[in-house]
Design a protein around this ligand. Structure first.
Ligand SMILES: Cc1cc2nc3c(=O)[nH]c(=O)nc-3n(C[C@H](O)[C@H](O)[C@H](O)COP(=O)(O)O)c2cc1C
Length: 169
């Protein structure tokens, strides 16, 4: 039987959402599901993927533009295929304790793609981040890495098991 193949696409300005995509792909592979990661803006086709995971960083309450465009561009092609959505943002551990709902653009993507799930993960901000506002936030003590690798991996493992169950029926 052909192994399952999942695309993990992301919109990221400063690399931390890309890092979450890598963690998801690694956990999928550990669970026996092949996975590719790609910046969302570089995905020209979703042909050949059994499922897609699309994630975007949140900036000023808005889901990353590349993730938004991806959802619009590929919605028709993805009709009927399993899609999962994530957001990354909170610079504290709130995402680990509460189910943080999608910001409006991410909610649009969930609807448009008929996504099975949306989850918010904590983000990361370092003094390497681009932009005056980002660096000011770091100076004001808002920096740190709040990505929870265990939670991210568990989400991906659970997706792998859903996908495997669907194909073994
Ligand atoms: C200027 C600025 C605005 C931000 N606004 C939000 C926000 O509205 N909500 C949120 O949860 N996180 C917010 N964040 C945190 C980012 O989402 C977090 O740093 C994220 O991990 C960035 O992802 P990236 O490294 O993939 O670009 C903001 C960060 C910066 C620098």
């Amino acid at each position: 039987m052909k192994p399952l193949l999942v695309l993990v696409a992301y919109g990221s300005d400063n690399g931390s959402t890309a890092g979450i995509a890598d963690m998801i792909a690694a956990a999928l592979r550990d669970a026996g599901v092949a996975a590719h990661t790609s910046p969302a803006a570089q995905v020209h086709t979703v042909d050949g993927y059994d499922a897609v995971i699309i994630g975007g960083a949140i900036y000023n309450g808005r889901w990353h533009g590349d993730a938004r465009v991806f959802a619009r561009r590929h919605a028709a092609a993805l009709h009927g295929r399993p899609v999962y959505v994530f957001s990354s943002g909170p610079l504290d551990d709130s995402a680990d304790h509460t189910d943080i709902p999608p910001v409006p653009h991410a909610a649009d993507a969930v609807r448009r793609l008929a996504a099975r799930e949306h989850v918010t993960f904590g983000g990361r901000l370092t003094d390497q981040a681009r932009g005056f506002a980002a660096r000011a936030m770091v100076r004001n003590g808002r920096g740190g890495d709040f990505r929870n690798a265990a939670r991210i991996g568990a989400w991906a493992t659970q997706i792998a098991s859903q996908l495997r169950q669907a194909t073994s029926r």
